[in-house]
Design a protein around this ligand. Structure first.
Ligand code: PHE
Length: 346
């Protein structure tokens, strides 16, 4: 082995290496070539084994040439590697291209049912006066739905509530939320400020104004010195919050067995402003709810001393309030689950 033949081997190694690098087409081929050419057991190492057989003064020169060859190969690997990787990225960008203008899959947005919205609004207004929401069962007993509300068996006042019985004569679907008054009085001591929203049931033939299920919101306040003026003021605030601060309101005499005196609470017609129109049967007023001072007998049934405490109660139909808020004319719409209707309340 002499200097010239070793130099020739190195030159040849470089030539062939550069050709192979130029011919490579994949980034991982570059990695393989790096190992094959420059690795510990690579081709350059193999050629340089011959260096030991050279005279000592020639060794540095071969070393210098070997370095040049290594650097040339490294540079070529580096550059080709970079080229191929760039190409690979371009290929992926092409293959995995996304059309960002394609319309997305719509995610439908839900909404609360209009009745649920009204219940929440009512709870919100009375909540500001310290009223707390309670729940009461939909399946009631005759005692709580009627008798403790001063409506004895076979009393003609029962005709006000066409009742669906679960088992005669004891259990029924509550015809109003008023039995909740009794349940709250049994559970709490005065002062009481309770709001009882819930579903009620009556034996009705369905039409635009009658439904066999509907929602009511009951209110009950019991405290020392509670008066009709407190009731009036509270209901005024409520009507003004829901229908506008400029709306006139009125009490007119009503009848319920469980309140004495009893009233109907009206707000001026929201359509004609009080002049009289078909919507208010030409009275200028719209009935909002029934109310009154809790009958002493009812307080007693509730375990409360009527000599010491007074109370008022009110009950309203949530569908009626919702009709007035949104100009809806047919109760059946609330139960049909027709999206064309419900979507309007988003
Ligand atoms: N419960 C009565 C009804 O169903 C409404 C009402 C509640 C009246 C509370 C007075 C007091 O019509």
């Amino acid at each position: 082995m002499d200097l010239e033949s070793l130099r020739a081997d190195l030159e040849q190694l470089r030539e062939r290496a550069l050709e192979r690098i130029a011919a490579s087409t994949q980034p991982d081929q570059i990695e393989q070539l790096t190992v094959d050419l420059l690795g510990k057991k690579g081709e350059l190492t193999l050629v340089l084994r011959g260096i030991g057989a050279l005279p000592a003064e020639d060794r540095p020169r071969v070393g210098a040439i070997a370095n040049q060859v290594r650097q040339a190969i490294e540079a070529a690997l580096d550059e080709r590697g970079r080229e191929l990787r760039k190409g690979a990225v371009a290929d992926r960008l092409r293959d995995e291209a996304l059309d960002v203008t394609t319309p997305g899959r719509p995610i439908p947005r839900g909404a609360y049912h209009p009745i649920a919205q009204t219940l929440a609004r009512i709870a919100d207004v009375f909540g500001q006066f310290g009223f707390v929401v309670y729940e009461s069962p939909e399946i009631e007993d005759d005692l709580t739905n009627f008798q403790m509300l001063n409506i004895p068996r076979d009393h003609p006042a029962r005709d006000l509530w066409d009742t669906m019985y679960v088992d005669i004569p004891e259990h029924l679907l509550r015809t109003h939320t008023s039995p909740g008054q009794i349940r709250v009085m049994h559970a709490e001591k005065p002062p009481i400020r309770a709001l009882l929203p819930g579903r009620c049931f009556r034996y009705e033939a369905t039409d635009a104004a009658h439904a066999s299920e509907f929602f009511q919101v009951e209110g009950l306040m019991v405290d020392e010195g509670t008066t009709m003026a407190d009731l009036r003021g509270l209901l005024d605030q409520f009507a003004h919050a829901l229908f506008g601060a400029d709306k006139r309101t009125r009490f007119r005499p009503g009848y319920y067995p469980f309140t004495e005196p009893s009233v109907a609470f009206d707000v001026e017609c929201l359509i004609c402003g009080g002049r009289g129109c078909p919507a208010c049967s030409h009275t200028g007023w719209m009935a909002i709810l029934g109310a009154g001072m809790v009958h002493p007998v009812v307080l007693q049934y509730g375990g409360i001393d009527p000599e010491r405490y007074q109370g008022f109660a009110f009950g309203m139909g949530a569908e009626r309030i919702t009709n007035l808020r949104h100009g809806v004319g047919d109760l059946r719409l609330y139960l049909e689950n027709d999206l064309r209707f419900l979507e309007q309340f988003r």
